[in-house]
Design a protein around this ligand. Sequence first.
Ligand code: S3P
Length: 435
Amino acid sequence: MPSLTAVTIRPARRLAGRLRVPGDKSISHRYALLAALAEGRSHLAGYAPGADCRSTLDCLRRLGVEINEDTAAHTVVVLGRGLGQLGSPAAPLDCGNSGTTMRLLAGVLAGHAFSSRLEGDRSLSGRPMRRVIAPLERMGARIDSIDGHAPLVIHGVHGERLRAIAYTADAPSAQIKSAVLLAGLHADGVTSVAEAAQTRDHTERALEAFGAAIAHRSPGVSTVSVEGGQRLAGRTLSIPGDFSSAAYWMVGAAAMPGSRVEISDVGLNPTRTALVGVLERFGARVRVEVTGTDAGEPRGTVIVEGDRTGALAITPAEVAALIDELPAIAALAARGGEIAVHGAAELRVKESDRIATLVAGFRALGFSAEERPDGFTIRGPAGAGGVADAQGDHRMAMAFAIAALAATGPSTIEGADAVGISYPDFFDTLDRLIA
Ligand code: S3P
């Protein structure tokens, strides 16, 4: 996404207020995809409002799925076509900026007896796709790419089902796991995925919510398996707020002593909430209360109060559970302290090279920042402020905005419109919390 919009951030003393965050992006993608493969109607409440989850709906429409939306109410109604029954698309499927759309759809389309072309924007076209191409080809699909990058042309199997496989992913990635499990639904036999580090398990919980049986095996290497050919049934589901969006307010409150934010109805799936322990280590007071569980996904309230600032090191073993929160975590240094992240080379292949973008942006805001091949160190406090470029990356724009609150002068975030990918109202909410 080009840097269209710049936003000015003025210094603020603290964050205070109660809020909700937009619907969970990861869960929204999965519910939309499974609803399309299910029989009957699904009603999804709290669907994520950002451009990424819109890309998934647009692709599904091109695959013949009837979808009705009330965008103001964030509800989506999907008329499922049944397993393996998507229609051959007349035009390419545009995944926009969304890696989850492209990788998960690749898994679904591998099991369909037609060819389809998945395209993305400049950022997505630079991201690695061999990680899904390799297992899907082992299952019998053929996938053309440009040297392992999009556009991808998926040639699904004709006249037979995919082959079930036992797969060990080479990188801890929920998207790889999910692509293989979704293909596994369309395979003959039992497909399993083993992962050395636990990644978010929304696909597993969503499959069960739509009526599929899943088997888990642990401890040691955790393995999940699914038998192909299971029929899914349309469901009425409610999507909780996105913990990864809440992370910016949680970090902002923790970084600025005297702050207090209370976020209600946010997803509390334990594979997503490692940030809570990180904030406690940093010195914040955090309270988490689970108020309910929908379709296996716990949700509730998180309260964060900033108390003191400290030093923090994130180890390689922690990275998989914090992958989307690492940019926010950097902003913990806003009022002082040192934040070091190790073993996170995966950040280089996200929506931007998040290590390079982050270090350049924090330096521009007046922090001392150091770049390593697999991580970074940020030393606060913020300086005089400056111009930080989000490089079209939503999580960079939000991390810079939080960090810039602690600068002594105003700052400019270039490319701030990228927040539309996951959190269109981010800057309105920020205005309210600093008022
Ligand atoms: C996601 C998985 C993660 C995460 C991304 C969303 C998902 O990506 O960074 O924002 O919904 O499965 P990887 O699977 O590449 O780690």
